[in-house]
Design a protein around this ligand. Sequence first.
Ligand code: TRP
Length: 331
Amino acid sequence: MEIVVSGIRSTGNLHLGNYYGAIQNFVKMQDNYNCFFFIADLHSLTTHPTPENLHGNVKQVLVEYLAAGIDPERATIYIQSDVPEVTELYLYLNMNAYMGELERSTSFKDKVRDNPENVNAGLLTYPVLMAADIIIHKATKVPVGKDQEQHLEMSRNFANRFNRLYNNQYFPEPYAFNFSDNLVKIPGLDGKGKMGKSEGEGNAVFLSDSPEVIRKKVMRAVTDGGPNIENQEKPIEIQNLFDIMKVVSSTDTLIHFENLYNSCQIRYGDLKKQLAEDIIGATSDIRERIKDIADDAAYLRKVANLGAEKARESAGKTIREVREIIGFRSF
Ligand code: TRP
């Protein structure tokens, strides 16, 4: 069976963007692939969380993976820091990762621009750790959002470089994967780019948000004065709301509001009310399960232990072989 790896950084509650961009693909893949889904808590250290926040965020993501339908019996669900083999491979790959290519990565440049006071080496080598996550299980498919494509390209470079250096074909090439033709991007509610945890209050709808909070956030979403020419192109903030509607609402609802927009009769208040209700509907099952699972400490412990065991078995095999290839041999 083909091997799949993906993870989400544990920086807190998951939002609609994580759900539609990544997790729905995880859930669909778990029957037909050998899947490893993990919680990237080592990656989250780049922003220096407190111990309480670190632990709370890991728990939240674990709960939400399970609530969204990832099945610990079919897929391997684990916490990245439970698998120290990953950090060992990260060290080896770092020896063949070059400053120039790391500094050129768009995610690194974005982070330097956004947080110039915290340009640490972990941030620079973030893509190396991500490559280690993926190739430690020899994965070929990586379900991720569009923003991760460059990281996947870097993972392929690191894997190929290792193979070339040691003159073998040990690591296969991993590629980004999505069931639809285009990698999904869910926009935020602030009239700008994507939905994201770090984009500021009100931009993201979280899977754990109550219906009241969802209504409030959607009603505050940025809109314009409305169309005054028939069939005119939508400004970005309006297109964003229609893009979210495309994934949570029925086709009839979408067409209804498209028609109102195109005939300049749309009232954004009505559109937002409908959108809020459809988001609430699309997330209601998950919201209920989040509450149940979060209270079940024994179940969470069982899932984490089982996942760590399965992930370490796979990662341990790779590390033993990699050590042999590199030349760490016993006397
Ligand atoms: N960089 C990913 C993100 O920000 C998280 C991640 C870390 C990841 N390691 C990975 C995703 C390995 C896929 C595979 O969402």
